[in-house]
Design a protein around this ligand. Structure first.
Ligand code: AMP
Length: 292
């Protein structure tokens, strides 16, 4: 029998599908003056997600992870149906990581029959991924708003791997007065440098070198800047040459931009970042880095 001071009792992870139940649980935790953390995900978890879980645990008393493949952020020709899923494995990983609760709603609970209210941003989506994925940021801003109302976190953690998404959410939280700290976590990479992503599951072994061209491009850009190059155009053209060497890689965009406004810059400065999206077979891969 456990006595005071004896080994801590194991508390099983709570799995919640119901919106009302999630809200009531969060109300209870808030009443106890505990801080709630939230890590939103689409599941098929990897070390990148788990690094955000660790950050979240450090910054909260009760950490919730949501797993929801959000239909609103996929275009009609995108990979919603093929998106990889493995809920059992995800729950196991989250339990081992010491997460308190997992929110796994059904799409029909979040987007009922007559759903028609979306959250959109004016300017940030008119760049980078927003151009090739027109409904993506509307879907992201809408689901994150809903999750904020349902989980009621004090802090929410997002990855820098999706840098434009992180900045969109920071803007959303400020513009809509969410009293929530938005925290960014660094990109976690495979040993060879490929940014971890659930979509890496689409890659065939022979496509690995092409997939690595994104990370190599960012290192090339950083190295050119370190050696004194400041002209974005010449960095972009070297990058195009590098990626062009891989038959399996098709560039969606390469952009050198200001990290706050996302406007492209002609000259690399302190706040300049490079981001790129490249199709490798069925996978549309993205990556980014500060290059100054
Ligand atoms: P996703 O499940 O792909 O929607 O991602 C859920 C969260 O994990 C987002 O905030 C992503 O930015 C973040 N994330 C995805 N991949 C990585 C990674 N390699 N390193 C750090 N965070 C990541």
């Amino acid at each position: 029998m456990a006595r005071d001071g004896a080994a801590k009792e194991e508390v099983a992870i709570k799995i919640i599908k119901d919106i009302k139940k999630m809200q009531e649980r969060s109300d209870g935790i808030r009443k106890d003056a505990k801080r709630i953390g939230l890590v939103p995900t689409m599941g098929y978890l990897h070390e990148g997600h788990l690094s955000l879980v660790q950050l979240g645990k450090e910054r909260s008393d009760d950490l919730v992870v949501s797993i929801f493949v959000n239909p609103a952020q996929f275009g009609p020709t995108e990979d919603l149906d093929q998106y990889p899923r493995n809920l059992e494995r995800d729950l196991d990983l989250l339990e081992k990581a010491g997460v308190n609760a997992v929110f796994t709603p059904e799409a029909k609970a979040l987007y009922g029959d007559n759903f028609q209210t979306y959250v959109t941003l004016d300017r940030l989506p008119a760049h980078l991924c927003g151009l090739s994925r027109p409904v993506f940021f509307r879907g992201v801003a809408t689901i994150v708003t809903k999750l904020f109302h349902i989980v009621k976190p004090h802090v929410a953690i997002f990855g820098e791997k999706d840098f434009q998404q992180l900045q969109v959410i920071r803007r959303l939280a400020r513009d809509m007065d969410f009293d929530i700290d938005i925290l960014g976590g660094p990109t976690v990479r495979e040993p060879d440098g490929l940014a971890m992503s659930s979509r890496n599951a689409y890659l065939l072994p022979q496509q690995r070198p092409a997939a690595l061209s994104l990370y190599r491009s960012l290192l090339l850009a950083k190295d050119m800047v370190a050696r004194g190059e400041r002209r974005s155009a010449s960095i972009v053209s070297e990058t195009r040459r590098l990626i062009g060497g891989f038959e399996d890689a098709k560039i969606d965009y390469i952009s050198i931009f200001d990290a706050d406004t996302f406007d492209e810059v002609e000259t690399v400065e302190e706040n300049t970042r490079m981001a790129l999206a490249v199709w490798v077979g069925k996978a549309r891969l993205i990556d980014n880095m500060g290059i100054h």
